[in-house]
Write a protein that binds this ligand. Structure first.
Ligand SMILES: [Zn+2]
Length: 237
């Protein structure tokens, strides 16, 4: 790999790691999903001097409710993250109409917050791609969008790219993901691990890079460098 640009994992959760060791030349972007995880990730990011993303994820609102939302938002403002995330809708975890309503309230509040701070957003969407994309269109979000672990269709990918979004590729192989990798330009892609949940560590972002390189028949180094430059621009690193 080239030595002047680090290898960047655009989405992982270092607060859930047992041990953190970041070798020179590697740069993980650590992401919060709840108030507690936002506090932990901010401390980790300051210690290791890495970019960090803070937000209240939809799954969190299902578990914790929304009564403390204003407090959580004030804390995020204090911590000055590189982006707001992961935020969005998760209809896999939402079991009741109340859950869905709370997820929507929080998503809109997170979009307001990102707008106010003029920060890019990192989107989590599970079984809710159409609704999330509709909301992004309705809001005409212009400060940057990353579709984390994108699991929608190629058509939906093209639609969000028209809004200026980046499609973030996970190391998990699927037929639709392969189609997306094939047809979307490298300039619109980011690479991630979502570790330690999907794979164990951010070093395995190399698997995502190899997945793209093989699919697009490109050199690994070119994929690593281009996606790293995309991440540097997106997160203003
Ligand atoms: Zn995640």
């Amino acid at each position: 790999m080239k030595d002047h640009v680090p290898i960047i994992d655009a989405h992982c959760h270092l607060d859930s790691y047992k041990h953190i060791q970041i070798k020179p030349g590697w740069l993980p972007v650590t992401v919060g999903y709840s108030h507690f995880s936002n506090i932990k990730n901010t401390a980790i990011a300051k210690k290791y001097k890495i970019p960090y993303v803070l937000g209240i994820a939809p799954q969190t609102t299902v578990k914790e409710g929304i009564t403390k939302l204003d407090l959580w938002i004030n804390e995020i403002k204090k911590y000055k993250p590189n982006a707001i995330g992961e935020i969005g809708l998760d209809l896999y975890w939402a079991k009741t109409s109340e859950n869905v309503k709370n997820e929507e309230i929080v998503f809109y509040k997170m979009l307001d917050l990102a707008e106010e701070l003029k920060l890019p957003i990192v989107i989590h969407s599970r079984n809710a791609e159409k609704k999330v994309i509709d909301i992004l269109y309705e809001r005409k979000y212009t400060h940057g969008i990353m579709m984390h672990f994108f699991s929608g269709t190629l058509k939906q990918a093209e639609k969000v790219i028209d809004l200026g979004a980046f499609i973030s590729i996970s190391p998990l192989h699927s037929k639709e993901r392969r189609k997306i990798i094939n047809s979307v330009a490298l300039e619109n892609l980011l690479v991630e691990t979502d570790s330690p949940y999907i794979v164990r560590t951010f070093y395995e972002v190399e698997r995502t890079i190899e997945y793209i390189a093989e699919t697009k028949k490109l050199d690994k180094n070119i994929v690593a460098e281009c996606t790293a430059k995309n991440a540097i621009r997106f997160f203003d690193i």
